[in-house]
Design a protein around this ligand. Sequence first.
Ligand SMILES: [Zn+2]
Length: 459
Amino acid sequence: MAMGVRSGAGWPWPGLRQALGCLVCVALAAPVWAQTRPQTPVEQGATLPVADGFALESGGDVSRLIFDLTSPVAAKAHVLADPDRVIVDLPEVNFQIDPALGLPAAGKNAVRNPPRGAKAPGLDGLVSSFRFGLVAPAKSRIVIDLAGPAKILRAASEPGAGGRGARFVIELAKTDRVSFLAAASAAQAPVAVVQSLAAPATPVESALPMVVLDAGHGGIDTGALGAAGALEKDIVFEFAKALAARLEAGRKVRVSMTRDSDIFISLGERVRRARAAGASLFISIHADTLTDDRSVSGATVYTASEKASDAEAARVAEKENQADLAAGLDGREDQSEVSDILVDLTRRETRAYSNVFARTLVGYWKEVGLLNKNPHRFAGFRVLRAHDVPSVLLEVGYLSSDKDLASLTAPVWRDKATATVARAVEGFFQARGAGEGRAAAGPDPFGTLAPPRSAAGRP
Ligand SMILES: [Zn+2]
């Protein structure tokens, strides 16, 4: 075994700790960001175990992640390959820990005494990065991205220091690639559990078109990180809620949201919810970040395409498509594509509508906000793959831009921006319904083509 560590009960921990060396120790007494985090009703309950401290210890071929808890929890852990991760499933835990600690770069900055000669990128030892949060109602998860093949020595609670509370310890040891792959294939990821949670609502027939708003990320998947603890998942959720309220008040469309709380939903499930709701338009809302250029700002509207319009669009799609992996789902989920001539025809029509809406939205957005220098781009976004629902992905701005971040977190700006998007949505359906008022040259997306979707023929 690695390091000649004997299996069996009880590590000689104090001695081993000394031997390993405590390279990274972070304890958070009262994190500032925690006060700004929106609390869900469940989080406000007094009975949930609270995680309020964290330490990462590495040395030799062993790494330990230690979460200080108010009470012990039971856990199940397994490994997943490609990308290589450790998944630890827990009952709901109220994580009062800065998510930035789990990121390669930000996590290092948060560490008071960074390990000398630590490999970049990565946090330390076997741990490249990690995340934690809700993955389904009442289910929390910790996902650890591995820097190399590792085996789980244990993932369990033990009494806390001085007998107070508990420590939840995940202990990993280096292993060889073959053993890792064998362990990964033996552990079937519990994807089905997450998938089955969303019983699709029965579509209600109505004269009003259905708009499905998709607030990106959620739960364990925080999305991009901005300054001062700003999280993409929170910013886009606030935006989506405000937009939903606007559209409902306008009474020209019906509205449904893919998530109504801070919870993880897989990309495939977002698409399924849109189709189950009978969506005539799907808008996925995100906020980008660029680590190497803080001057880039403004909104961008993306539509689906096999080939990316440019390298930047390809980068954004690749990043947004990582959401399922971030939550510890098997990356193979939803990879299958239906190949069918009718599906292809419908897809082509749908994309025409998507592009018209994207251009409409860019036109309206110009009136109120900054636009990226190339505001309509295309790439292979997995969340835009419904072949029969016109879909766009709106990146409302860059969390890495001070200018954008100030706007995105200001209620006044949000009011103005969501009012504008609502007018774009209403304008789109008005033009589509009237079959006129199309300024765009080229093939007429509102003409003789049937609407790209109908309730009939839905699975
Ligand atoms: Zn995003």
